[in-house]
Design a protein around this ligand. Structure first.
Ligand code: PFF
Length: 460
């Protein structure tokens, strides 16, 4: 292993500080998943009950996996494929499987990033009335020309940041975007809570309704946690590989998870009461899920706020843009690093290859909304984007997480990760952590996998 540490020390990019690493991890974690998936799930599963369950899972299971991945990266100084094959050549398949996940997610994530750019420019150029007009969203996402243009604009923005490098691009961009994102999230939440009727909505969001507690809630909270913390897709392994061995891993991963939780919580605080006011959720209304919550319901809610509508719309979509861009940057960085480690091409050539792939695959998936709309891969009304989202989040990520736990817990044995963590910090919970990785995590992950995949095989 010393061979790789030495090689890595000369060749690999590196964070300039622990803060750079924490912000980058948080920037990857905080994204569309926090802004639309978390509030939707919280509203569906009894508000406080879901929030509580999610927080407990994130701070036990989530943090354990985060620690595992970052320590693995730092130990091997490699992105995923190299990391696994260095340790056990027969486990290279796991590296390949993990590496495939960001290649699947990046193209479709950037399509949604393009929608966000479109909304932001429409709010600025045309004002809130055009955005909240009936059919605006549906007409835009099926547009056979402008969706491609906005997707490519979003991709180029992210590619430029990655091209500037780990220290000069990613770190600097995060230093600006992440604090601003937090300020905007607090600002919008306060503004929304000051609207008439919003406190009722906040109560709905915060007060636990334990009758909604169910295995299904736990499965959904677990799935959300993987996606939100950017786990099981090689990103955190790559990011750990850029971290100096003197920086504490335990405090870093706790800060990353903490940042992610705070933003998810705030997202719920701004979105659930807003949707509550607009839809009267308390009287049995149901909150729109996924994209339509953010792109249809919220513009309508903002539209009802009189003169503030344009400003709040702009601030909100700048926030969403920052969240989406920082996550997409981490995805592109992970793909680039995987290509670079696999081919030994220069970083520039690897980024170019990654960009060509992402743009081509993005165009293909985007065609699922226009030229290829007949495909309906997961049944009537579904698009290619839904298919790739399902494949990455519901199938591949749990499989990768399961094998990762088996590999570290049973094949390599947890001690090598514990030793790596202890290089730079105390790790008094090492025993508990090992039980989590060996036993608890695999059982939970199998439950997610069964719950996600069985309904596909045996539709009810
Ligand atoms: N964690 C991001 C979110 O919550 O939106 C999504 C994401 C980013 C997934 C980076 C995967 C990834 F590699």
């Amino acid at each position: 292993m010393a061979k790789h540490a030495a090689r890595g020390a000369h060749q690999r990019a590196a964070w300039s500080s622990k803060l750079g690493f924490i912000l980058a991890g948080a920037a990857s974690a905080v994204g569309l998943g926090n802004l639309w998936r978390f509030p939707t799930l919280a509203a569906k599963y009894g508000g406080g009950t879901f929030i509580f369950t999610y927080f407990v899972l994130a701070f036990t299971f989530g943090i354990s996996l985060l620690l595992l991945e970052t320590a693995l990266g730092r130990h091997t100084r490699q992105s995923v494929i190299g990391a696994y094959s260095d340790l056990r050549p027969r486990w290279k398949f796991l590296g390949i499987l993990s590496a495939a996940v960001p290649f699947i997610i990046t193209p479709y994530y950037c399509i949604i990033g393009g929608w966000v750019v479109k909304y932001l420019t429409s709010y600025v150029a045309e004002g809130p009335a055009s955005v909240m007009a009936d059919g605006f969203f549906g007409a835009f996402i099926t547009d056979p020309f402008f969706t491609y243009v906005f997707m490519i604009i979003f991709m180029l923005l992210c590619i430029i940041v990655v091209a500037l490098g780990v220290k000069n691009g990613i770190e600097k961009a995060n230093m600006v975007m992440m604090p601003l994102l937090l300020v905007m999230a607090v600002g919008i939440s306060v503004f929304v809570l000051m609207q008439p009727g919003a406190l009722e909505g906040a109560k709905y969001y915060l007060v636990p309704d334990f009758s909604k507690f169910s295995p299904e809630l736990v499965i959904n909270a677990l799935g959300q946690m993987f996606y939100s913390l950017s786990l099981a897709m090689g990103i955190m392994v790559t990011y750990g590989s850029y971290l100096d061995r003197k920086e504490s891993l335990t405090t870093s991963v706790a800060s990353i998870a903490g940042f992610d939780l705070v933003v998810s919580f705030l997202a719920g605080l701004m979105i659930v009461p807003a949707a509550f006011m607009a839809l009267g959720l308390g009287e049995g209304g149901t909150m729109a899920a996924g994209p339509s919550l953010m792109f249809v319901t919220l513009p309508q809610v903002f539209g009802g706020m009189g003169g503030a509508a344009q400003v709040i719309g702009i601030v909100f979509f700048v926030l969403v843009l920052f969240a989406a861009a920082t996550s997409a940057i981490s995805l592109i960085e992970a793909c680039t690093s995987i290509i670079q480690d696999g081919t030994h091409w220069s970083r520039g050539a690897s980024l170019l290859a990654c960009s060509v792939f992402v743009i081509a695959a993005g165009c293909f998936i985007n065609a699922g909304y226009n030229a290829l709309i007949w495909m309906e891969p997961l049944g009537p009304g579904t698009q290619l984007l839904d298919f790739f989202d399902f494949l990455s989040n519901s199938v591949m990520m749990p499989i990768v997480a399961l094998f990762t736990c088996i590999f570290v817990g049973w094949v390599m044995k947890p001690k090598f990760i514990i030793d790596e963590v202890r290089v730079s910090s105390k790790f008094s919970l090492a025993g508990l952590w090992a039980i989590m990785i060996k036993v608890i995590a695999p059982v939970l992950v199998i439950a997610i996998l069964v719950a996600n995949v069985l309904p596909m095989i045996f539709p009810s």
